[in-house]
Design a protein around this ligand. Structure first.
Ligand SMILES: [Zn+2]
Length: 225
């Protein structure tokens, strides 16, 4: 079921059955020309049912829809290839976009995929992870890269890409200046702090995260999604 949270902007709650965080927020922005979906939820049976239900309720034509992914975590990108197969055009940052396919595709031969293959042989280790994260093995997403300052117009809205690295190296948010809306992905969460994980010795992720927090503090925002 979708809920209109702002004119022509709908919240589609996608269940995360085995997570403490019960659901992820996917948003659908409608317009006469192209629609926009922001983030998808995990690629599970329940997830697919929920996202399809929302799409049908709003009569969204996926061939006239852009999908913007705030970052590469499976609860945000999990159904990207599923929606892409039905015609949606996928956008995300270059940095996180380059990470999703090697990390989630079981057929790629990247070091991450090989490690996954080895760990999968340890039956006690990986099955729990598989259960939680759903099947992202088809995540062969072809994406168009977006960067800070790019804008995407949807009806009356002009969303500006704000780079907010920290939670992931290429995390982005969408700022709508005129209506003072900010779609922040996992950069800011209600009640809890987002995880800021170690990625490599070259990157100070916590420093990047703190800088991103300072940056978004300067934005004039009435509604945070
Ligand atoms: Zn995340």
């Amino acid at each position: 079921m979708v809920i209109e949270v702002y004119p022509q902007i709908y919240l589609n709650e996608i269940p995360l059955p085995k997570f403490q965080l019960k659901a992820i927020h996917s948003y659908i922005v409608l317009s006469d020309q192209r629609n926009l979906i922001i983030d998808t939820g995990l690629n599970t049976e329940q997830g697919r049912a929920a996202i399809i239900q929302g799409i049908r309720e709003l009569n969204v034509d996926l061939s006239k829809t852009d999908l913007m992914l705030t970052h590469m975590h499976p609860d945000h990108v999990g159904m990207a290839s599923f929606l892409q197969e039905q015609g949606a055009a996928v956008y995300m940052s270059q940095v996180d976009g380059e990470l999703i396919n090697p990390v989630y595709s079981r057929t790629s031969k990247t070091p991450a995929a090989k490690l996954y293959e080895v760990l999968s042989a340890e039956k006690d280790f990986i099955p729990a992870l598989d259960d939680e994260f759903g099947d992202n093995s088809t995540a062969n997403v072809v994406f168009y890269p977006v960067r800070e300052g790019n804008t995407i117009c949807v009806g009356d809205y002009v969303f500006e890409i704000i780079a907010t690295p920290g939670h992931t190296p290429g995390h982005i948010g969408l700022y709508e200046k005129k209506h003072k809306l900010f779609f922040c992905g996992d950069h800011i969460l209600e009640h809890i702090n987002p995880s800021v994980m170690f990625w490599s010795y070259e990157q100070d992720m916590l420093g990047m995260y703190m800088n991103s927090l300072e940056k978004v503090r300067a934005l004039d925002v009435d509604y945070l999604y």
